[in-house]
Design a protein around this ligand. Sequence first.
Ligand code: MG
Length: 415
Amino acid sequence: MTAAAERWILHADMDAFYASIEQRDHPELRGKPVIVGASSKRGVVAAASYEARVFGVRSAMPGFRARELCPDGVFLPSNMAHYVAVSAEVHAVFERFTPEIEPIALDEAFLDITGSLALFGAPQKLAAELKHAVREATALNVSVGLAPNKLVAKLACTLGKPDGLKVIEPHAVRGFVEPLPIRRLWGVGPVLGAKLASLGVETFADLSSYEPGELAKAIGERAAELQRLARGEDTRPVLAYREPKSYGEENTFESDVSDRTRVTAALTEHAEAVARRLRHDDYSGRTVTIKAKLGRARGRRESRDASVATEPYYPLVTRSRTLPQATSDGAVIRRIAVELWDEAKLGEPVRLLGVSLSNLERGTGGLQLELFTGPKSALGKTLDAITERFGERAISRAVGHTEKLTPGRTRKRGT
Ligand SMILES: [Mg+2]
């Protein structure tokens, strides 16, 4: 087997999160069976302390059942706003270890730590530091599982609880998963579990060694994927969300452009496209930037294209202006972009033009052209609707279409 580029995924899951927060905040509850979320008759258990789990109380269990099992339990209502605040502290700690974080729940996340190992050392060491940091910040325990993929990391985390730290090295993956009961596999619920049991499949090893054709006949097209998972193979990436830092649109002209009408047309189209995307994602921004790549090469520089040594160097010129208020209004962005262009007085043709908005904030922003105050935001939405229906070329404010030969859109995110 060839060694694929090695990944290290960490699954972090707070132990009995809501119940642990209550026990932390109310010392008199420590050591007692604390059950959160089932305080009303209709309630469902949101979290049970380890003391309550001894009685068989589990998350998602109906409140009446939890009361039968644990009549002397301390039943508390969920204080969700508080748990969300603690969750933010926990996730802030995670961010000290890697930007590649996929939040799964308030108390749970996948972290791709592959790129962080150079800084923190071995997976074991990073994990120990992370656990310590969470405890320092919140006085709560987090369990972690580390493995070459998400599936195995989560299993390692779950099986190490409470206060776990389990590292599964690549060579140990098969041996780790093989004896596990099949119900531990993602995608195997009660129905499929029963079906597999009827085939004599009880463990991961049973599933991975089942004759593939027979299995497909029995359980359908999921068979191959499930068999891969049962071998501990999982290629799903950690899907990190990052706040965007800027929204930009740019184009390279087929031939260099200096004519102001064509430049204005391009800036208008970019401004509208940026505004549309901002509104779609519910952002606005304060800083408008235009960039232009000058048409006349200034010598050559080392190429980023490996097939050639050098490439002509066209200087990139940028001009920015920061507005007093955020905007997502294409007319405002366009006006500033054209002003920046005029003020730049480049005096030579350009090969590329771009418009971007940065200094982003949430919401569509307050700044609009006086002309459009009031009905303007409705106009923006109308333009969005028309464009969605007829495509980007269906409408164009003020001037004609620009040639958009190699369109580029960017959404720069933080790291
Ligand atoms: Mg948890």
